[in-house]
Design a protein around this ligand. Structure first.
Ligand SMILES: Cc1ncc(COP(=O)(O)O)c(C=O)c1O
Length: 422
């Protein structure tokens, strides 16, 4: 039999165009022009402001009473920690299978991130691992709804209640996700979102905080707006906040993007579950386990757990290369656990925060999260959310690419061996 794979010059298995991101239309254009002509470009408190309206609508969409829009998800995490009173000497339990900001925001708040392991079948933070790490210094937990799959929020909230901890939900992958009849962001004290370019709702850059706690909302608003308080003169600063406000231009884009969120989330959820069932049938490939408690997966990422032994030992990198050649933009997951970053291993951050002074014994080289290390080194692959906005036929086509790679695993192994020799 001749060579079958596109990587060897064979016919591409997937030839149609998958959706591009971001998606926008006349609604975004009209909103931007309206702000432009109004001359009111910075955050307005009245009348009918874009940012204020967005805050209210976005909070309601996530079953929260209050929202504060701000410059990005990283800042939003930091503002959340500040509002919860997290300070030098405090420990905050985070997942190591996430973007840097989940842990760097803790460092920026002068506190110390402590890494809990993830679950092997969902890649979300493992509640059992959290419990083992709690000390008298622990003040908060930041679960990340990884790829849009809600964490086990009931178990996490029970641990937080038992130990008197804050929960800040990192929902940067999870706009519109739902768990056990409630929206993500409404379980913890504060929910944090990002609207950076790749996210399920985007304004290029941007972030939002949602909460049901009036006092926390008061602090979040004040910290993001130079320490000001509503109803007081502009030159009154009550606490040391920064300027993390959003412009009305960004507010206009976000209002239009929010109008699209519900339909897009339903499509991602339906297509992601459909594709997952097809991929799970292929030996060596398993998608994130979605329990019956998950009402809606936001599918920021379509996560695949790869087992090279079922593919004759073909390295993950070769699978990615071969899938791309077939027409599917597959990517490697996070390549290393967060605590393996030079920032933690070499302790660079200790120089400007209290972490090392407060924790002289802390050595991230000793952090032990074997499930996360395995996911990073061997297993995790993903497709970005926009691919799930395609048609059912395209989902069948994506699954057919994975099947083609499996069926031609010997050819892939040969390709990998050639690469290794070159
Ligand atoms: C899980 C997670 N948390 C936080 C952030 C930070 O958001 P931003 O890029 O808007 O600062 C991101 C993404 O970029 C993320 O993926």
């Amino acid at each position: 039999m001749g060579k079958q794979l596109a990587i060897h010059g064979g016919p591409k298995a997937f030839t149609s165009d998958l959706p591009k991101w971001p998606i926008f239309g006349k609604e975004e254009e009209e909103g931007l022009l309206q702000v432009l002509h109004s001359g009111a470009w910075g955050r307005q408190e009245t009348p009918n402001p874009q940012v204020g309206r967005f805050e209210q609508r976005f909070a309601e969409a996530h079953e929260c009473k209050y929202g504060v829009a701000n410059t990005n998800g990283t800042v939003a995490l930091r503002l959340a920690l500040m509002a919860c009173g997290i300070k030098a000497g405090d420990e905050v339990i985070v997942t190591p299978f996430t973007f840097l900001a989940t842990a760097s925001a803790v460092v920026e708040a002068n506190a110390t991130p402590i890494f809990a392991d993830i679950e092997p079948d969902t890649y979300t933070i493992d509640p059992k691992s959290i419990e083992k790490l709690i000390t008298p210094r622990t003040k908060a937990i930041i679960p990340v709804h990884l790829g849009g799959l809600p964490c086990k929020m009931d178990e996490i909230m029970a641990i937080a209640k038992k130990h008197g901890l804050y929960v800040i939900e990192d929902c940067c992958h999870a706009h519109g996700a739902r768990y056990k009849g409630k929206s993500v962001g409404s379980y913890g004290n504060i929910g944090v979102f990002s609207f950076q370019s790749s996210k399920n709702m985007s304004s290029g850059e941007g972030g939002a905080l949602v909460t049901n706690d009036k006092e926390l909302h008061h602090l979040l608003y004040s910290f993001h707006n130079c320490g000001r308080e509503p109803g007081h003169p502009w030159y009154r600063h009550f606490r040391c906040g920064g300027n993390y406000r959003l412009s009305e231009f960004v507010g206009a884009i976000l209002n239009a993007q929010l109008d699209r969120l519900e339909d897009q989330t339903k499509t991602r959820d339906a297509n992601g579950r459909y594709l997952g069932k097809l991929v799970d049938k292929i030996p060596g490939l398993k998608t994130q386990h979605i329990s019956a408690d998950v009402d809606r997966h936001a599918f920021h990422l379509f996560v695949v757990r790869y087992d090279a032994s079922a593919f004759g030992g073909v390295p993950r990198e070769v699978i990615v290369e071969a899938a791309k050649a077939e027409g599917i933009p597959l990517a490697l997951g996070y390549p290393i656990a967060l605590y393996q970053q030079p920032m933690f291993r070499e302790g660079v951050f200790g120089s400007y925060t209290g972490c090392y002074i407060d924790h002289p014994q802390l050595d991230y080289k000793k952090t032990d999260c074997p499930v996360c290390d395995n996911a990073c080194a061997n297993e995790a692959l993903w497709l970005l959310h926009q691919n799930l906005l395609g048609t059912r036929e395209q989902m069948d086509g994506i699954a057919a690419v994975f099947k083609k790679l499996y069926d031609n695993r010997e050819e892939l192994a040969e390709f990998a061996a050639q690469q290794a020799r070159a």
